[in-house]
Design a protein around this ligand. Structure first.
Ligand code: SAH
Length: 359
């Protein structure tokens, strides 16, 4: 295949994507450079922030990769108090972040879903409607998604994790609460309810092939989502997938694969919002900036109170666990400046792909 020619395509076949994902060295650099060029042309050098609140590590699921899976009894469970959540929202306001992201383990009981509704309304009230809110609280019923949307959430991130159904069931228990179909239907429900819906996958999973990753990209394109969060898989010793830690690519290769996935998606979906994930930075100190240079445009600085940070260990050695929010801001500004990017303050930073679809 002729790389220079393919890089000017907007759509790719599965084989072409496999070719792009297998690039190394100079070829890989050409792909990343092209993605950066497309990003700068379509959405500019702006980076939007979502202050991250890791609301609760209580989870009804037992995903085989995730450190907060319900079967892991090696740490204590917490749910933040209402006041603590509101303090985080105020902190975000003080630092002039345009948006918050509330992430948590998955619970579907009414006590939890009503609490999120309440918190959404409170955050809207105390911020005078100024803070945009992304939720990432797993699979919920159509009714709950509607309730949360009406209460003020307008973006929702639910990664499909892998679009290969066989692989999906190698990384999730095979039972009714970990159903592939339910996850797909939840994504469709989010889109129908008017959210800027986001999805994504983990990269470098055991048993995952380049064809799987190419199919993941085609699935994301086909679903026409407004945003995407993808990141490297990081094995956690308290999870069943740890057994396969020697059978996955090295951290550097997983990060490079993540960068190539981001770059390919930027070529196919030039105007979506794409996160430079904390996991990128966890496996390499400059991973987050590398992701920005490969086409990502969103960063999620962690606002979770210090006492909870080490209990939201979906994967080990999470970057920034000890960061203080105000220091984060200074170093983020200057780090991004060195790569010619600029943090945007005080704006929601909605997906351009989504906004243009509404018009
Ligand atoms: N309960 C919510 C939020 C999950 S945590 C939900 O189901 O959507 C957010 C993301 O972290 C997950 O979607 C998953 O892709 C990622 N994640 C979990 N464990 C991981 C691991 N060991 N390595 C890398 N990413 C992981």
């Amino acid at each position: 295949m002729n790389l220079e020619k393919i890089l000017y395509n907007k759509d790719f076949t599965r084989d072409e994507l496999v070719f792009l994902l297998s690039l190394e060295g100079e070829g890989m650099k050409m792909l990343l450079d092209r993605a950066l060029e497309v990003k700068l042309r379509e959405i500019g050098n702006k980076v939007h922030l979502r202050g991250l609140i890791e609301y609760s590590n209580v989870c009804r699921k037992s995903c085989l990769y995730c450190g907060v899976r319900s079967k892991n009894k090696n740490f204590s469970r917490y749910t933040m108090d209402d006041d603590e959540v509101i303090e985080c929202a105020k902190l975000a306001m003080d630092m002039n972040y345009g948006s918050l992201a509330i992430q948590s383990g998955e619970r579907s009981d009414g006590e939890f879903t009503d609490k999120i509704t309440y918190l959404l309304k409170e955050i809207k009230r105390v911020s005078d409607g100024k803070l945009g809110i992304t939720l990432s609280c797993g699979e919920q019923s159509d009714k709950v998604y509607r309730q949360w949307f009406e209460a003020g959430a307008h973006r929702y991130l639910l990664r499909i994790e892998s679009t290969n159904k066989d692989l999906y069931y190698k990384i999730h228990p095979k039972d009714s609460i970990h159903s592939f179909e339910t996850r797909i239907n939840a994504l469709k429900s989010l889109i129908e309810n008017g959210y800027q819906a986001g999805t994504g996958v983990m990269i470098g999973l055991p048993f995952q092939s380049l064809k799987d990753l190419a199919d993941d990209l085609l699935f994301i394109k086909n679903l026409d989502v407004a945003m995407v969060g993808m990141g490297p898989f990081i094995p956690h010793s308290d999870t069943p997938l740890y057994e396969f830690r020697d059978k996955i690519p090295s951290p550097r290769v997983r990060l490079d694969m993540t960068l190539k996935m981001i770059a390919c998606l930027r070529l196919i979906m030039p105007k979506i919002n794409m996160v430079a994930a904390t996991a990128d930075q966890t496996i390499s100190p400059d991973g987050r900036e590398d992701a920005i240079m490969a086409g990502a445009n969103i960063i999620m600085p962690n606002l979770t109170p210090a006492k909870y940070r080490d209990k939201y260990m979906i994967y080990p050695n999470k970057a920034n666990v000890n960061d203080k929010p105000d220091q984060t801001q200074d170093s983020l500004d200057s780090k991004l400046k060195t790569i010619n990017h600029q943090v945007v303050y005080g704006k929601w930073g909605d997906s351009k792909a989504f906004i243009e679809k509404q018009d």
